[in-house]
Design a protein. Structure first.
Length: 452
């Protein structure tokens, strides 16, 4: 601020304006240049209080100027104060002024417009208020897609000179990040200048890469015509690659797979006991690629062989007096014994066996102890030989059992029993219940297997 008083007196240098407590420190500009006043006798000096004031009443700067009463005072407001400009339209106001006080628009030595107060020092103090308004600067940001080389948009942000524009800038960047871009380079300065400035921001497409895989399967089932699965084999291979996803275009591209193809080996024809393959159904080698169907299902059908062997029921009876169990495949014997003695109780079919022998069967013998009346079934011909040498009577082959497969027939022994010390059962639950008392019934293992 420059103050001039025109009268033939000595030149006095007055300190620059001082900052009042109402001003935000961030808005302080460089100190103002010293003012020159042609002062008269201090005893007859007039006083002018000078303030730079915003529309809200905030005092940016203030000082006191003295001069001889009646002398002219020309006070020039500073054209540039950080964040503010002089209000050329409204100028200001004078408290305690008179008809000799005026405001003028003035151009300083830098060519900037400002305000000039033109008045006199009077006998009473005056207060000169220069009006200032916020200097709003606009920054222009050119957004460039550096991936394609194309200009995307021109963004503008506005704020008061000297304040931070970082938040406004970050909002713009965040807007483009939400569209799939990421910042590549920027010359942006996050402070609003006096005039505003133009900047360039280069963005690139955000690219995501992920591992991709493609599985291809061949499932092979060997099936009976009734749907029973006889066997199953699963063959599989994996193709690996990379997926690249452009978050701006939303398009995905894929690398070449790690292999162009793979081959599932051929499988020889299978045989299953009791089944005949239905026609010729070879399982050949199969070459697959990443574009092959994900699943190839192969079903090989088999027809069950007809069983020419006659299956018979094996019945069980219980004698309430002797407490022995009798097993027979002879329906007549099963029906007759209860008629001959009420001591015999029919217990139904316990398991099934073959009536006649062939290469796939084993005979089950029945022997009888005439002293105790006990009957015993066994597949062990040596046991028959030993017992018959000790008074047991051979009753021949009771039935025939399959050499392989079939349901388990369990044999138990009760050392405390006399007659009925041995029993067999095809009922696994019965076996489990009786052997819960090991001091009575002891498990002797699987005696043979019955027809399913």
């Amino acid at each position: 601020m420059e103050i001039k008083h025109f009268k033939k007196t000595a030149v006095v240098t007055v300190a620059a304006l001082t900052l009042t407590s109402a001003v935000t420190p961030a808005l302080i500009n460089t100190p103002l240049a010293p003012m020159t006043v042609h002062a008269a006798d201090p005893n007859t000096a007039g006083v002018i209080n000078v303030n730079y004031v915003t529309p809200s009443g905030q005092v940016l700067y203030s000082t006191v100027v003295k001069g001889a009463i009646g002398d002219s005072a020309k006070i020039v407001a500073k054209a540039r104060v950080l964040g503010y400009l002089p209000d050329i339209a409204s100028h200001g106001d004078v408290v305690g002024g008179d008809q000799n006080d005026y405001f003028w628009t003035h151009t300083d030595s830098n060519g900037d417009s400002t305000i000039l107060f033109d008045g006199e020092f009077g006998p009473q103090p005056k207060t000169v208020n220069f009006y200032y308004y916020e200097n709003m600067a606009t920054n222009t940001i050119n957004i460039v897609d550096a991936t394609t080389g194309k200009a995307l948009a021109t963004e503008k942000v506005t704020g008061q000179e000297g304040t931070s524009s970082s938040a406004d800038y970050k909002k713009i960047i965040a807007k483009y990040e939400a569209k799939g871009y990421k910042l590549n380079s920027s010359d942006y300065k996050p402070v609003y200048g006096y005039y505003g400035a133009t900047y360039t921001v280069n963005l690139v497409h955000k690219i995501d890469k992920s591992e991709e895989q493609r599985m291809v399967y061949r499932n092979i089932k060997w099936l009976s015509e009734d749907g029973t699965v006889l066997d199953f084999i699963g063959q599989s291979t994996r193709f690996n690659g990379t997926k690249t996803f452009d978050n701006v275009t939303k398009k995905a591209t894929y690398s070449d797979w790690d292999k162009a193809s793979d081959t599932f080996p051929a499988i020889p024809e299978r045989t299953f006991s009791g089944y005949t393959i239905k026609g010729s159904q070879p399982i050949l080698a199969l070459t697959v690629t990443p574009n092959s169907p994900q699943f190839t299902n192969v079903e090989i059908l088999y027809t069950p062989k007809k069983d020419s062997r006659e299956v018979v029921n094996v019945y069980r009876l219980y004698n309430k007096v002797s407490m022995q169990h009798l097993y027979t495949a002879d329906q007549t014997e099963y029906k007759t014994l209860p008629k001959l003695s009420k001591d015999w109780v029919q217990e139904g079919v316990n398991f099934k066996e073959y009536k006649n022998a062939d290469a796939t069967t084993t005979p089950i013998y029945r022997i009888y102890n005439p002293k105790s009346g006990e009957h015993l079934l066994t597949s062990d011909s040596n046991e028959v030989k030993v017992l018959s040498a000790n008074g047991w009577k051979k009753e021949g082959t009771a039935f025939h059992t399959p050499k392989t497969g079939g349901n388990e027939i369990h044999r138990l022994f009760n050392p405390k029993a006399g007659i009925g010390a041995h029993m067999v059962t095809g009922d696994t639950n019965e076996k489990n219940v009786l052997t819960k008392h090991p001091n009575e019934w002891k498990y002797e293992g699987i005696a043979w297997r019955a027809v399913k």
